[in-house]
Design a protein around this ligand. Structure first.
Ligand code: FAD
Length: 179
Protein backbone atom coordinates (compact mmCIF):
# COMPACT_ATOMS: atom_id res chain seq x y z
CA UNK A 1 0.00 0.00 0.00
CA UNK A 2 1.48 3.32 -1.03
CA UNK A 3 1.42 6.28 1.36
CA UNK A 4 2.22 9.27 -0.85
CA UNK A 5 2.44 12.71 0.70
CA UNK A 6 -0.73 14.74 0.58
CA UNK A 7 -0.72 16.88 -2.51
CA UNK A 8 2.38 15.08 -3.78
CA UNK A 9 2.53 12.67 -6.64
CA UNK A 10 0.57 9.48 -6.30
CA UNK A 11 3.07 6.80 -7.23
CA UNK A 12 2.25 3.51 -5.52
CA UNK A 13 -1.35 4.60 -4.97
CA UNK A 14 -2.96 3.02 -7.97
CA UNK A 15 -6.18 2.04 -6.18
CA UNK A 16 -7.15 5.56 -5.16
CA UNK A 17 -9.72 7.44 -7.18
CA UNK A 18 -8.50 10.57 -8.92
CA UNK A 19 -8.63 13.65 -6.68
CA UNK A 20 -9.13 11.59 -3.50
CA UNK A 21 -7.11 12.87 -0.51
CA UNK A 22 -6.61 10.74 2.58
CA UNK A 23 -4.48 11.27 5.65
CA UNK A 24 -2.25 8.67 7.28
CA UNK A 25 -4.86 7.55 9.90
CA UNK A 26 -7.47 6.89 7.20
CA UNK A 27 -4.96 5.04 5.10
CA UNK A 28 -3.87 2.95 8.11
CA UNK A 29 -7.52 2.10 8.84
CA UNK A 30 -7.98 1.07 5.23
CA UNK A 31 -4.85 -1.09 5.48
CA UNK A 32 -6.10 -2.81 8.66
CA UNK A 33 -9.40 -3.66 6.96
CA UNK A 34 -7.60 -4.92 3.86
CA UNK A 35 -5.49 -7.37 5.89
CA UNK A 36 -8.49 -8.54 7.95
CA UNK A 37 -7.98 -6.60 11.21
CA UNK A 38 -11.25 -4.61 11.27
CA UNK A 39 -11.51 -5.12 15.05
CA UNK A 40 -8.54 -2.77 15.54
CA UNK A 41 -9.74 0.12 13.39
CA UNK A 42 -11.26 2.09 16.29
CA UNK A 43 -7.98 2.02 18.27
CA UNK A 44 -5.90 5.17 18.36
CA UNK A 45 -2.67 4.51 16.43
CA UNK A 46 0.47 4.87 18.55
CA UNK A 47 4.13 5.00 17.62
CA UNK A 48 7.27 4.14 19.55
CA UNK A 49 10.88 4.96 18.81
CA UNK A 50 13.24 2.19 17.78
CA UNK A 51 16.71 1.79 19.31
CA UNK A 52 19.54 3.36 17.32
CA UNK A 53 22.64 3.06 19.44
CA UNK A 54 21.03 4.11 22.71
CA UNK A 55 21.50 0.77 24.47
CA UNK A 56 21.31 0.24 28.23
CA UNK A 57 24.82 -0.23 29.63
CA UNK A 58 23.79 -2.65 32.37
CA UNK A 59 20.59 -4.32 31.17
CA UNK A 60 20.42 -6.79 34.04
CA UNK A 61 19.20 -6.88 37.60
CA UNK A 62 19.41 -9.88 39.90
CA UNK A 63 17.70 -12.73 38.01
CA UNK A 64 16.51 -10.65 35.05
CA UNK A 65 18.44 -9.88 31.86
CA UNK A 66 17.30 -7.89 28.85
CA UNK A 67 18.41 -8.86 25.35
CA UNK A 68 17.90 -7.40 21.88
CA UNK A 69 15.54 -4.48 21.38
CA UNK A 70 14.42 -4.61 25.01
CA UNK A 71 17.90 -3.40 25.98
CA UNK A 72 18.23 -1.08 22.98
CA UNK A 73 20.78 -3.23 21.13
CA UNK A 74 20.68 -2.41 17.44
CA UNK A 75 23.18 -1.19 14.89
CA UNK A 76 23.81 2.53 15.59
CA UNK A 77 24.51 3.03 11.91
CA UNK A 78 21.62 1.20 10.27
CA UNK A 79 19.19 0.38 13.07
CA UNK A 80 19.26 -3.33 12.27
CA UNK A 81 18.80 -5.47 15.36
CA UNK A 82 18.40 -9.12 14.40
CA UNK A 83 22.10 -9.89 14.82
CA UNK A 84 22.21 -8.04 18.16
CA UNK A 85 19.13 -9.89 19.43
CA UNK A 86 20.87 -13.21 18.70
CA UNK A 87 24.28 -12.13 19.99
CA UNK A 88 23.01 -10.67 23.27
CA UNK A 89 20.82 -13.74 23.78
CA UNK A 90 23.92 -15.89 23.25
CA UNK A 91 25.92 -13.89 25.80
CA UNK A 92 22.99 -13.94 28.23
CA UNK A 93 22.67 -17.73 27.84
CA UNK A 94 26.37 -18.17 28.72
CA UNK A 95 25.94 -15.90 31.75
CA UNK A 96 22.94 -17.99 32.87
CA UNK A 97 24.93 -21.19 32.36
CA UNK A 98 27.86 -19.82 34.41
CA UNK A 99 25.41 -18.74 37.10
CA UNK A 100 23.82 -22.19 37.28
CA UNK A 101 27.08 -24.14 37.17
CA UNK A 102 29.27 -22.00 39.43
CA UNK A 103 26.92 -19.54 41.15
CA UNK A 104 28.60 -16.54 39.45
CA UNK A 105 26.35 -13.48 39.74
CA UNK A 106 24.10 -13.42 36.67
CA UNK A 107 23.79 -9.67 36.19
CA UNK A 108 27.52 -9.04 36.71
CA UNK A 109 28.57 -11.82 34.33
CA UNK A 110 26.19 -10.71 31.58
CA UNK A 111 27.26 -7.07 31.91
CA UNK A 112 30.94 -8.08 31.81
CA UNK A 113 30.39 -10.10 28.63
CA UNK A 114 28.53 -7.20 26.98
CA UNK A 115 31.34 -4.79 27.88
CA UNK A 116 33.98 -7.18 26.60
CA UNK A 117 32.31 -8.53 23.47
CA UNK A 118 29.77 -6.02 22.21
CA UNK A 119 29.89 -2.52 23.63
CA UNK A 120 33.36 -1.51 22.34
CA UNK A 121 32.18 -2.40 18.85
CA UNK A 122 28.94 -0.45 19.30
CA UNK A 123 30.91 2.57 20.54
CA UNK A 124 33.16 2.51 17.47
CA UNK A 125 30.14 2.13 15.20
CA UNK A 126 28.43 5.05 16.97
CA UNK A 127 31.49 7.25 16.39
CA UNK A 128 31.42 6.38 12.69
CA UNK A 129 27.66 7.00 12.58
CA UNK A 130 28.09 10.42 14.18
CA UNK A 131 30.77 11.40 11.68
CA UNK A 132 28.71 10.26 8.69
CA UNK A 133 25.42 11.79 9.85
CA UNK A 134 27.06 15.11 10.84
CA UNK A 135 28.63 15.38 7.40
CA UNK A 136 25.25 14.65 5.82
CA UNK A 137 23.44 17.13 8.10
CA UNK A 138 25.98 19.85 7.31
CA UNK A 139 25.96 18.91 3.61
CA UNK A 140 29.74 18.47 3.81
CA UNK A 141 30.30 16.17 0.88
CA UNK A 142 34.10 16.51 0.53
CA UNK A 143 35.06 14.72 3.80
CA UNK A 144 32.44 12.07 3.11
CA UNK A 145 33.75 11.46 -0.41
CA UNK A 146 37.33 11.33 0.89
CA UNK A 147 36.31 8.89 3.63
CA UNK A 148 34.47 6.63 1.17
CA UNK A 149 37.48 6.62 -1.15
CA UNK A 150 39.91 5.88 1.69
CA UNK A 151 37.88 3.09 3.26
CA UNK A 152 36.64 1.49 0.02
CA UNK A 153 34.83 -1.72 1.13
CA UNK A 154 36.01 -1.60 4.76
CA UNK A 155 32.74 -0.14 6.07
CA UNK A 156 30.72 -2.77 4.20
CA UNK A 157 32.96 -5.49 5.67
CA UNK A 158 32.42 -4.06 9.16
CA UNK A 159 28.63 -3.93 8.67
CA UNK A 160 28.76 -7.54 7.50
CA UNK A 161 30.80 -8.51 10.55
CA UNK A 162 34.05 -9.62 8.90
CA UNK A 163 35.94 -6.58 10.21
CA UNK A 164 35.83 -4.63 13.44
CA UNK A 165 34.56 -1.03 13.46
CA UNK A 166 37.63 -0.40 15.62
CA UNK A 167 40.24 0.44 13.00
CA UNK A 168 38.55 -1.85 10.44
CA UNK A 169 40.91 -4.66 11.39
CA UNK A 170 40.07 -8.26 10.60
CA UNK A 171 38.98 -10.31 13.60
CA UNK A 172 37.67 -13.81 12.96
CA UNK A 173 36.47 -14.19 16.56
CA UNK A 174 34.79 -10.82 16.77
CA UNK A 175 31.22 -12.08 16.74
CA UNK A 176 31.72 -15.60 18.08
CA UNK A 177 34.06 -15.29 21.07
CA UNK A 178 32.37 -15.50 24.46
CA UNK A 179 34.86 -15.40 27.37
C1 FAD B 1 9.80 -2.47 10.16
C2 FAD B 1 11.08 -3.04 10.72
C3 FAD B 1 12.05 -3.51 9.87
C4 FAD B 1 13.22 -4.02 10.38
N1 FAD B 1 14.19 -4.50 9.53
C5 FAD B 1 15.30 -5.05 10.02
C6 FAD B 1 16.28 -5.62 9.14
O1 FAD B 1 16.15 -5.60 7.92
N2 FAD B 1 17.37 -6.18 9.69
C7 FAD B 1 17.57 -6.22 11.04
O2 FAD B 1 18.60 -6.74 11.49
N3 FAD B 1 16.66 -5.69 11.89
C8 FAD B 1 15.53 -5.11 11.41
N4 FAD B 1 14.60 -4.60 12.26
C9 FAD B 1 14.86 -4.65 13.70
C10 FAD B 1 14.60 -6.07 14.20
O3 FAD B 1 13.31 -6.50 13.80
C11 FAD B 1 14.69 -6.07 15.73
O4 FAD B 1 15.87 -5.41 16.15
C12 FAD B 1 14.69 -7.50 16.25
O5 FAD B 1 13.54 -8.19 15.85
C13 FAD B 1 14.77 -7.49 17.77
O6 FAD B 1 14.57 -8.80 18.25
P1 FAD B 1 14.06 -9.02 19.71
O7 FAD B 1 14.00 -10.50 19.89
O8 FAD B 1 14.89 -8.21 20.66
O9 FAD B 1 12.62 -8.36 19.78
P2 FAD B 1 11.32 -8.76 18.96
O10 FAD B 1 11.67 -9.42 17.66
O11 FAD B 1 10.48 -7.52 18.95
O12 FAD B 1 10.67 -9.88 19.87
C14 FAD B 1 10.02 -9.54 21.08
C15 FAD B 1 8.84 -10.50 21.23
O13 FAD B 1 8.29 -10.36 22.53
C16 FAD B 1 6.90 -10.36 22.42
N5 FAD B 1 6.35 -9.65 23.58
C17 FAD B 1 6.36 -8.34 23.86
N6 FAD B 1 5.77 -8.10 25.04
C18 FAD B 1 5.41 -9.30 25.54
C19 FAD B 1 4.77 -9.73 26.74
N7 FAD B 1 4.39 -8.87 27.68
N8 FAD B 1 4.56 -11.04 26.91
C20 FAD B 1 4.96 -11.95 25.97
N9 FAD B 1 5.58 -11.61 24.82
C21 FAD B 1 5.79 -10.31 24.62
C22 FAD B 1 6.63 -9.62 21.10
O14 FAD B 1 5.34 -9.95 20.60
C23 FAD B 1 7.73 -10.19 20.23
O15 FAD B 1 7.38 -11.39 19.59
C24 FAD B 1 13.42 -4.07 11.78
C25 FAD B 1 12.41 -3.59 12.64
C26 FAD B 1 11.27 -3.09 12.11
C27 FAD B 1 10.18 -2.61 13.05
Amino acid sequence: MGLPEQGGDRRGDRGAAAGERKGLPERFEEFLKTVGFSAFTDRKPAGFSLPLGNYILSPAHEGTVLVGDAAGFASPLLGEGIFYAHRTAELAAHAVDRHLTSAAPLAGTYTTLLRRRLIPELRAETALRNFLYRCLDARMHAPLAAFMRATDTLVVDAVQGTRSFRGFRRDDDLHSAIW
